[in-house]
Design a protein around this ligand. Structure first.
Ligand SMILES: [Zn+2]
Length: 267
C-alpha cells in the first residue's frame, strides 16, 4: 500500500478547540443574521492604507522570522484592485491582497489580520509543504495508474508500443489530476498555524486582537450565504467557526505569554 507523507505538521502548539465549542458557535453564527457590510473605498485609499499597515507589520516581523527559522525576513505586499474576494501568499515572500476582500473589512485591525495571516503562511513554509504534498499526490496516482495498466497488460500478446505510448499519456494525465487534488487548499492545521503567527505579529505591531477577530466572522459569513460571496479565498483558506474560537484562545495565550512568541511544539 502507498503511504502518503502528510504535511510536516505545525511547529507550534496550536489552540485545541473542542467539538462542543464549535457546535455551540455554529448555532450562534446561524442565528446571527446581521448582513455583511460592504464599504465603498477608492483604490488610492486602499493603496495608502495597505502600505501603512504593511510597513507597520514588516517593522515588527523580525522576532517571528527568528523563531520561525526564516532567515531571509523579506516580504512584499501587493494590492490588487480587482473585485475578487481573495488574498494569497506566493513566491516565498509575496503577499497579494484584493480590493474585493478589503471591501468587507471594517478597520485596520481586520485588514492587518489578513496581511499577517498570509505572512504567517510564508513564515511556516506552508506553500512548500502544500506543494510537496501535491507532488506526492501526483506521483502516487501516476504510480497507481502504471501499476493498474501494467497488471492489465502483463499477459496481453497484442500490447504494442502504440499501446505503451497511450498508457504513458494516461499516466501523465493522471499525474496532473493528482496534482490538482493535492494542490487544492491549505489544511485546517496550516490555517490555524497561520492564524496563530498572525495573532502574534499583530500584537507585536500594536493591533487590537479583539477587533481583528471579527475577520473570522466575516470569512464565515462570506463562506455561508448560499455561496453568494463564495470566492477563491475560501477555497484556499478554509473558514470555520473553529478559527474564530482558536483566535480567541491565541489572544488569551499572548496576554499571558511573557516571551510574546509562539510556544514550540513539544514544550
Ligand atoms: Zn490561509
Amino acid at each position: 500500500m502507498f503511504t502518503l507523507a502528510a504535511c510536516a505538521g505545525s511547529a507550534y502548539q496550536l489552540p485545541q478547540v473542542s467539538d462542543a465549542e464549535v457546535n455551540a458557535l455554529e448555532q450562534d453564527f446561524a442565528t446571527n443574521d446581521a448582513p455583511l457590510k460592504k464599504y465603498k473605498r477608492s483604490d488610492s485609499h486602499y493603496q495608502k492604507r495597505l502600505t501603512r499597515i504593511s510597513n507597520n507589520l514588516l517593522n515588527h516581523v523580525e522576532p517571528l522570522c527568528a523563531v520561525s527559522d526564516y532567515p531571509d525576513c523579506h516580504f512584499e505586499v501587493v494590492y490588487d484592485n480587482s473585485a475578487e474576494v481573495n488574498a494569497y501568499a506566493s513566491e516565498g515572500y509575496k503577499v497579494t491582497i484584493f480590493k474585493g476582500l478589503l471591501d468587507y473589512l471594517k478597520n485596520d485591525d481586520e485588514m492587518a489580520a489578513v496581511v499577517a495571516h498570509e505572512i504567517g503562511h510564508h513564515l511556516a513554509n506552508h506553500n512548500e509543504e502544500t506543494e510537496r504534498n501535491a507532488t506526492t499526490g501526483a506521483l502516487v496516482s501516476g504510480v497507481l495508474t502504471a501499476v493498474v495498466l501494467g497488471a492489465a497488460n502483463a499477459n496481453n500478446p497484442y500490447y504494442s508500443s502504440f499501446n505503451q505510448q497511450q498508457d504513458q499519456q494516461a499516466i501523465q494525465d493522471m499525474m496532473q489530476v493528482g496534482y490538482g487534488i493535492g494542490a487544492l487548499s491549505y489544511s485546517k492545521e496550516q490555517e490555524k498555524e497561520a492564524d496563530l503567527l498572525s495573532a502574534y505579529l499583530l500584537s507585536h505591531a500594536g493591533y487590537n486582537l479583539e477587533r481583528a477577530q471579527n475577520l473570522m466572522w466575516v470569512l464565515n459569513k462570506l463562506d455561508g450565504d448560499n455561496g453568494k460571496y463564495r470566492a477563491s479565498l475560501l477555497d484556499t483558506h478554509p473558514a470555520s467557526p473553529e478559527r474564530y474560537i482558536a483566535w480567541q484562545m491565541a489572544q488569551a495565550e499572548i496576554e499571558s505569554n511573557s516571551t510574546k512568541l509562539p510556544y514550540p511544539k513539544g514544550q
